[in-house]
Design a protein around this ligand. Structure first.
Ligand code: ATP
Ligand code: MG
Length: 390
């Protein structure tokens, strides 16, 4: 995959511009606060239709302006699956205007029926220093990671997740006010949406385990790491039991049955606590690393370098998911990633990328010496007060 051109209007501090991007990628080099991350944010906006930094659309509009618009043309290369089974190119556009807070998204010039239809159309994986939160923060951060990967790559996931959240909040409202009979009325809907979410998460984790261990071993230079699904519906998936590969349907049915039982077992507890205590909103993805000895939870015991390697391995696994599910080589965005790593780790990361990631890569670095990617072949642009100097 390859972002051919990018049209920018009114986005953050970036100058209005029509950029043509080299097929292999580009290194954005410049001092702090010039607009390097802003450019990555604009590209990734086309993938998730919001800011990856958690900014509101309003904050993305250049100070003093009334709207922003970003438009990108992506091309599937020879080895990539075409879009919709036939097209080689796709144009994704997104705009937001202050007046009336209006957002408009287009795919090849047409507004899709739902915004969620336009999510994940490009195939981009982003690496940022903020990924450390995936390791350091609580389970919600890892659920968010699962949600993003699956929303972008698994048809039906976003819909199930949105439905689950909606039903969960209504059920919790009923439990809070002590109307637990009322809460029971939501059970079937909760099980239906929740079983889909659990099955798709469980299946992804199951299929990714080996690859995650391999990626981490390569990055760390021989250490072992594992991840494991700790589902919020107890005893819902047996370790080592490979889920049938039918889009998780069979798994979904068995999860649903177990979920129903777990809800009735938890009836008293829920009444006491006034909230739903079983379900994927309590999922955890447990990651352990072992440096020769006992495997230990990386969140509690990992070193700085181990944490960084785990975060990188998760992103590399996400890139693998795009390859596998979409049949396209993802575009990689790497914000300041190399500057953060020690010599050995960055060499191993570069080796790994050289072997596995053959698509376009857009990376940022404060200094020229931090660009050690693909030798000296990668084109460099200077970033100066929001301008890309080619
Ligand atoms: P670093 O190397 O420190 O990460 P960077 O080049 O990645 O720097 P960015 O985060 O891309 O920096 O850009 C930050 C700049 O963009 C800041 O100076 C900030 O004031 C400016 N900025 C952020 N939002 C807007 C906006 N809506 N309008 C205009 N300027 C903005
Ligand atoms: Mg930055």
């Amino acid at each position: 995959m390859h972002l051919v051109d990018l049209r920018l209007r009114g986005f953050r501090n970036l100058a209005d511009d029509d950029l043509e991007l080299p097929e292999e990628g580009v290194a954005l080099v410049g001092p702090n606060a010039q607009g390097k991350t802003n450019l990555l944010e604009a590209v990734y906006y086309l993938e998730i239709l919001k800011s990856f930094r958690g900014a509101s659309d309003r904050q993305l509009v250049r100070f003093g302006d009334s709207f922003f618009r970003v438009e990108g043309r992506v091309r599937a290369q020879e080895r990539d699956q075409p879009f919709d089974g036939q097209r080689r190119e796709r144009v994704v556009g997104a705009a937001w205007q202050r007046e009336g807070s209006r957002k408009k998204v287009t795919l090849d010039g047409q507004e899709p029926p739902r915004l969620s239809d336009a999510i994940g159309q490009v195939g981009v994986v982003l690496f940022t220093p903020a990924d450390l939160a995936l390791v350091n923060d609580g389970p919600a951060e890892r659920r968010r990671f699962l949600d993003i990967v699956l929303s972008l790559n698994e048809p039906g996931y976003v819909t199930a997740l949105q439905r689950y959240r909606q039903v969960l909040s209504q059920r919790n409202a009923a439990l809070r006010t002590g109307a637990s009979d009322h809460a029971g009325a939501w059970d079937e809907l909760l099980v239906e949406a929740g079983a889909r979410v659990t099955a798709l998460r469980g299946r992804w984790i199951h299929h990714g385990r080996e690859r995650f261990t391999d990626l981490y071993r390569e990055l760390s230079g021989g250490e072992a790491a594992t991840f494991r699904y700790d589902p919020g519906v107890p005893e819902v998936m047996e370790e080592g039991d490979p889920p049938a590969d039918d889009h998780g349907r069979q798994l979904e049915a068995s999860v649903g049955a177990r979920y129903r039982d777990a809800l009735s077992e938890a009836r008293d507890r829920e009444r006491r606590q006034g909230t739903t205590v079983v379900g994927p909103h309590r999922d955890e993805l447990r990651i352990r690393v072992a440096d020769g000895g006992e495997p230990l939870d990386v969140r509690d015991y990992g070193s700085g370098g181990q944490r960084r390697s785990v975060a990188l391995a998760l992103r590399l696994l996400e890139a693998d998911t795009v390859r596998r599910r979409k049949g396209r080589e993802p575009i990689l965005l790497m914000d300041d990633v190399l500057a953060e790593l020690d010599e050995d780790r960055s060499r191993r990361l570069l080796d790994l990328l050289d072997r596995t990631a053959v698509g376009q890569t857009i990376l940022t670095a404060p200094r020229d010496s931090d660009v050690r990617f693909r030798g000296d072949r990668l084109v460099r642009w200077r970033v100066q007060q929001g301008r890309m100097e080619r």
